[in-house]
Design a protein around this ligand. Sequence first.
Ligand SMILES: [Zn+2]
Length: 45
Amino acid sequence: MKYACKNCNFRFEKDVDVEVMKCPYCNRYEAFRERSAEELLEEED
Ligand SMILES: [Zn+2]
């Protein structure tokens, strides 16, 4: 899973699949999972 921090824009990858996790750069819980293109397409249904 790829994550991007809303606070500092730091991007990283983790094997865990959660909605939001702690950013290893700024240590704030503002790193949100980046959804794949497939997931975004499904949402338009
Ligand atoms: Zn951060």
